[in-house]
Design a protein around this ligand. Structure first.
Ligand code: WTA
Length: 669
């Protein structure tokens, strides 16, 4: 399958011996030309089993698969590499040790630039992950148990994730910005029995008391048996006897168990290809986040394949994905994909604007970063500081840039291209979702053409289709040759979600029931005559605020928890930096304070129920909401008003009380 490489296919174990001339040999499945992309794409559609088993050959299996793919989207049921046995950590770590043992797996840049950088070699990572696995075992964790991880961006977070995978426990990482209530809901849904957390986390000038948030989340919880606490900020914490234990103490005990005469071992649990690897909660159009479940083998193959191809990773390069491991981007492109490829992954604890807006550029200069993968929101925010923060920063090590999480506007794309990539670095615009596990539509750096603000072409194995409201495939083009529709995918790729935890029916209705025999993404898209896709944004009631997915129903539920609130309706509106802002229309019936104080009360309530990321940017008090006679809120009208549209609000004759629209228009913030 490797048209550009004539030498016999080799395992990634050999990467370190390769000179740059033969670098395509490092990953036999790395595409090297547009022609090869086209040929591989064709093959992947005509013979997915042949294509993906060819890629999977280059991973380490305890036992190979019996069948490559079984699927139907009706139930849905998807199995890739069924019958195979493996452990993903043997692929991420053990198989690299002979050749890459002393090479950096993770380079960690602390929040405070004065603090020491930590370089974690593959040998060190192996030892730490074995220790974590042993520590978990010592505390009763078994294969299939759910472990919730709520930590800052410290290397120990990566060890914790991989330690779970090593003993076959299912990790559920929760982003550090979620509130106690959100954690409590997720613990409950996953019936998690173990938590790994930190005393606190540093983020810019803030010290976030993570353990204390966990303590609040655990009030009334009956399933959690142990809480392991890693010391990062030395914030005072309350440690409950019999439940709370220190990471450092437990890791010391585990160290003596896993290391004998300088040799480190902790036998990895043998996992079935389809055993769940992790749960990651994400927002949908209902009020309650869903626990997206990914499996071991398919997820491994996909994240590694896409990492190597999209970014065109070359052995020895430093890959800097700025996401938090609490989101899917961090799971797939800080931890699993890069480590499986034997890459060096940068991990950054802080934020792009602290101590100043030059922090990313300092990190790139200091560590000679080659690949920068970040969110359009971060680019727009850094753009607003002008070029001054770039003064004196050497960015010449960069070869590749990437974006993820939300549509990138052309202005931000060109700023990134000119000022960061100096017009020499291809920019990959990667479209994907928590549910897809890894990139589905993106250009391949320097291999397939980029088109500003277009995600461009599907990965091999991905068959996008645009449909209308009824699910009919749309093929008509407008006068510019553009086709427009709701984005669906026709057939499974290896890392498609397998279920939503504890509720398979929910998975079916959410993703596979809107349109028969199709996976529905929830996004709208355009396609040009060359087959490039441009994602235009969500077509369901999901917002994308700074690249974070937030359900409008979730925010409404949180607002409605406030004692004075009768009802609310939440919509998105265009925001210069965040992409989308949150606009809330609220009917308020309390007597407490003035509008300003009420707004602050509501913001505090949302922060308590979901977390600061879901705080509305604007709250407008109204006396009624536009509803149909059947009581359904007409969000279309609210959305238009929030966007500043006052004229063409569409048909309002079906409204119960059309007068309310004028009042809302007049009171617009
Ligand atoms: C949006 C993040 C435009 C999209 C990996 C999707 C994008 C949602 C892009 C998933 C992109 C992601 N261009 N929109 N390149 N990438 N999105 O689950 O609306 O946090 O459905 O996964 O982000 O967000 P999630």
């Amino acid at each position: 399958m490797q048209a550009g490489c004539s030498r016999q296919q080799i395992n990634t174990n050999d990467v370190v011996h390769l000179s740059h001339k033969n670098e395509c040999m490092a990953y036999p499945y790395q595409l090297t030309s547009l022609e090869q992309y086209k040929a591989d794409y064709k093959k992947s559609v005509e013979d997915p089993e042949g294509f993906w088993s060819g890629v999977a050959e280059h991973f380490q299996w305890r036992k190979k698969w019996d069948t490559v793919l079984n699927w139907n989207f009706k139930e849905p049921k998807v199995e890739w590499f069924a019958g195979a046995k493996l452990n993903i950590t043997e692929n991420c770590i053990d198989r690299h040790l002979a050749t890459l043992g002393e090479k950096p797996a993770i380079i960690w840049e602390p929040n405070n630039p004065e603090e020491r950088v930590r370089v974690v070699t593959y040998n060190r990572l192996h030892k730490r992950v074995c220790q974590v696995a042993q520590m978990l075992k010592n505390n009763g964790v078994k294969k299939g148990d759910r472990v919730c991880i709520y930590m800052g961006m410290v290397p120990e977070l990566a060890y914790a994730v991989l330690g779970c995978a090593r003993i076959g426990a299912i990790h559920s990482v929760i982003f550090g910005g979620f509130s106690a209530q959100s954690i409590a809901d997720r613990l409950d849904d996953a019936k998690a029995e173990y938590i790994i957390t930190c005393d606190g986390a540093y983020r810019g000038g803030k010290d976030i008391p993570l353990k204390s948030v966990i303590d609040d989340a655990l009030i009334g919880n009956k399933t959690v048996k142990k809480v392991i606490v890693y010391t990062r900020t030395r914030t005072p914490v309350s440690m409950i006897k019999g439940r709370d234990i220190w990471w450092e103490d437990e890791m010391d005990i585990a160290e003596d168990q896993v290391e004998k005469n300088g040799v480190v071992t902790f036998p990895a649990e043998e996992m079935d290809a389809e055993d769940p690897l992790f749960i990651l909660y994400t927002s949908g159009s209902t009020g309650k986040p869903k626990g997206v479940v990914h499996s071991s083998a398919g997820y491994m193959v996909w994240t590694t394949y896409t990492f190597v191809n999209v970014f065109q990773y070359k052995p020895g390069a430093i890959h800097f994905c700025t996401a938090d491991i609490g989101w899917i981007t961090g799971h797939s492109y800080i931890v699993y994909g890069p480590l499986c490829a034997g890459a060096t992954s940068m991990m950054f604890e802080g934020i792009p604007t602290w101590p100043d807006a030059g922090r990313f550029w300092d990190i790139i200069d200091k560590h000679k970063v080659n690949i920068l993968y970040t969110a359009p929101t971060a680019i727009r925010s850094l753009m607003s500081f002008g070029l001054e923060p770039l003064q004196g920063k050497d960015l010449s090590s960069l070869t590749t840039l990437g974006t993820v999480g939300e549509p990138i506007n052309e202005e931000a794309w060109h700023w990134y291209d000119e000022n960061i990539g100096k017009k020499k670095c291809p920019i990959v615009d990667t479209w994907w979702q928590t549910e897809t596990g890894g990139c589905l539509i993106s250009n391949f750096a320097g291999i397939t053409p980029a088109k500003p603000s277009w995600a461009t072409l599907p990965m091999p194995g991905v068959q996008p289709v645009l449909v209308d409201e009824k699910g009919e495939e749309v093929t008509e083009k407008d006068e510019h040759g553009i086709t427009k529709g709701n984005l669906c995918i026709k057939a499974p790729w290896p890392s498609i979600l397998r279920t939503t935890y504890g509720d398979h029916e929910r998975c079916r209705t959410n993703y596979f029931a809107t349109y028969e025999n199709l996976y529905f993404t929830g996004d709208g898209a355009l396609r040009d005559e060359q087959g490039n896709y441009r994602i235009t944004g969500r077509v369901d009631d999901v917002l994308n605020v700074s690249g974070h997915r937030i359900g409008t129903a979730e925010v409404e539920n949180a607002i409605n928890m406030h004692a004075g609130v009768v009802e609310s309706a939440v919509v998105g509106y265009p925001h210069d930096v965040k992409g989308q802002g949150i606009y809330a229309y609220v009917i308020y019936n309390g007597h407490h304070g003035d509008d300003n104080l009420r707004r602050q009360d509501i913001l505090l309530t949302v922060t308590r129920i979901i977390g600061p990321i879901a705080k509305p940017d604007k709250i407008q008090f109204v006396s009624g909401l536009p509803k149909t006679r059947s009581g359904k809120i007409m969000r279309r009208i609210l959305r238009k008003i929030a966007e500043g549209e006052t004229e063409n609000l569409g048909d309002t004759t079906t409204l119960l009380d059309p007068g309310v629209v004028d009042e809302i228009k007049n009171g617009k913030l």
